[in-house]
Design a protein around this ligand. Structure first.
Ligand code: PLP
Length: 296
C-alpha cells in the first residue's frame, strides 16, 4: 500500500509563516522511524483530536470545513488553537506528494502531547485508496443495524464534558459498535439516542430522502457536523432539491424513499436494509451524488 507518514511540528495559532514556508515544519518519517513518545497522552488516554480528509487527484475535499471542525474540536477539549494556515498548507502539500492516481485519505492527528510538556504532538498519515475499495458499497449499498448510543439527543447541551460532536481520538466505542454490527451480519451501525432518534453511524452521517426532502440530524444533537453531508446539501440545493436539519425517528428512516451514510473517503453509501428490513436503493441518484462528491 502506498502510504506517507509525516511528523508536524505544530506552531501557535498566531505564529507567522517562516521564510522557508510551512512545509518546513513537516518531517517525512521512514518506515522504521519512531514517531510517538510512549508517554504521549494521545496514546495513553486517547486525549487528542483528528480529521480524515478525502482527496482526489491531489485535490483535498472540504478542506476549510475540516479545518474549521478541527478548531472546534480543539476548543471543546481545551487544546491549544491550531494554526489553520500551517495545517492548510501542509495538508495541501501532502495531498500532492502521495503517489496515488485517484483517491487518497489524509489522517491528521493532534494530541495533548507528552504529559507535563503542554506541547501538542502532530502527525499525518496519507494513504492511497484504490478505486475498488468502496465501489461495491457505493453501488450495491450496505446493511445497517440500529444500535443504542446510550445518550439522549440533547446530550451535547446537558453534558458538554462527554465531548459529543467533537472528533476526538477516543474512537474505541465507535469501533466496538462497528464490530457489533458485523457480529449481527451487517456492514454498519446506526446509533439511536435514548429518546428514540437516529443520530449518526460510527464514522459517518445519515441523510434520508423523505417525502421529496433530504433530511439529516442536526449537529446540536451530539453528532459530528459532517463535511461530506454539508457538501452534499450544497450540491442538492444547487440541483433544486429541498434539504432540512431535524431529528428523525427510526420509523421515519425505515419508511424513507432512500437513505445514505456519508463520510469523507467512502462518500455516499446507500442503505439497502435497516435491521434486516429492505430499503429502496436509488442507484441513479447515488451514482450522481458520488460522481459530484468525487469531482469536488
Ligand atoms: N460522524 C462521525 C462519528 C465520524 O467519525 C465521521 C467521519 O469521520 C462522520 C460523521 C462524517 O464526517 P465527514 O463527512 O466529515 O467525514
Amino acid at each position: 500500500m502506498t502510504e506517507n507518514v509525516y511528523r508536524i511540528d505544530l506552531v501557535a495559532a498566531d505564529q507567522q509563516q517562516p521564510a522557508d514556508g510551512w512545509w518546513g515544519s513537516v518531517t517525512q518519517m521512514g518506515p522504521d522511524e519512531a514517531l510517538l513518545d510512549a508517554r504521549d497522552l494521545g496514546a495513553s488516554r486517547g486525549d487528542g483530536i483528528f480529521e480524515t480528509f478525502g482527496t482526489m487527484e491531489g485535490r483535498v475535499h472540504a478542506l476549510d470545513a475540516h479545518l474549521a471542525r478541527l478548531g472546534r474540536s480543539a476548543h471543546s477539549l481545551d487544546l491549544p488553537e491550531p494554526n489553520v494556515e500551517q495545517l492548510d498548507a501542509v495538508v495541501r502539500r501532502a495531498a500532492q506528494e502521495i503517489d496515488a492516481p485517484g483517491q487518497a485519505s489524509i489522517k491528521l492527528v493532534l494530541t495533548r502531547g507528552v504529559e507535563g510538556t503542554g506541547i501538542p504532538t502532530g502527525w499525518m498519515v496519507v494513504s492511497a485508496i484504490s478505486a475498488e475499495t468502496f465501489a461495491s458499497q457505493r453501488r450495491d449499498g450496505i446493511d445497517v443495524v440500529v444500535l443504542e448510543r446510550g445518550y439522549p439527543s440533547d446530550v451535547a447541551e446537558r453534558a458538554p464534558w462527554l465531548l459529543a460532536g467533537a472528533k476526538t481520538l477516543s474512537y474505541a466505542v465507535n469501533m466496538a459498535a462497528l464490530r457489533e454490527a458485523k457480529r449481527q451480519g451487517a456492514d454498519e451501525a446506526l446509533f439511536v439516542s435514548t429518546d428514540g432518534y437516529a443520530l449518526e453511524a460510527p464514522t459517518s452521517n445519515l441523510v434520508v430522502k423523505l417525502d421529496g426532502e433530504f433530511v439529516t440530524t442536526p449537529p446540536v444533537n451530539g453528532i459530528l457536523a459532517g463535511t461530506t453531508q454539508g457538501d452534499l446539501f450544497e450540491l442538492l440545493e444547487g440541483w433544486g432539491e429541498r434539504t432540512a436539519y431535524r431529528l428523525l425517528t427510526i420509523d421515519e428512516v425505515r419508511s424513507a424513499d432512500a437513505a445514505w451514510l456519508l463520510s469523507s473517503v467512502r462518500l455516499a453509501a446507500p442503505l439497502r436494509s435497516l435491521d434486516g428490513q429492505p430499503l429502496e436503493v436509488d442507484v441513479e441518484l447515488t451514482a450522481r451524488i458520488n460522481d459530484a462528491l468525487l469531482g469536488r
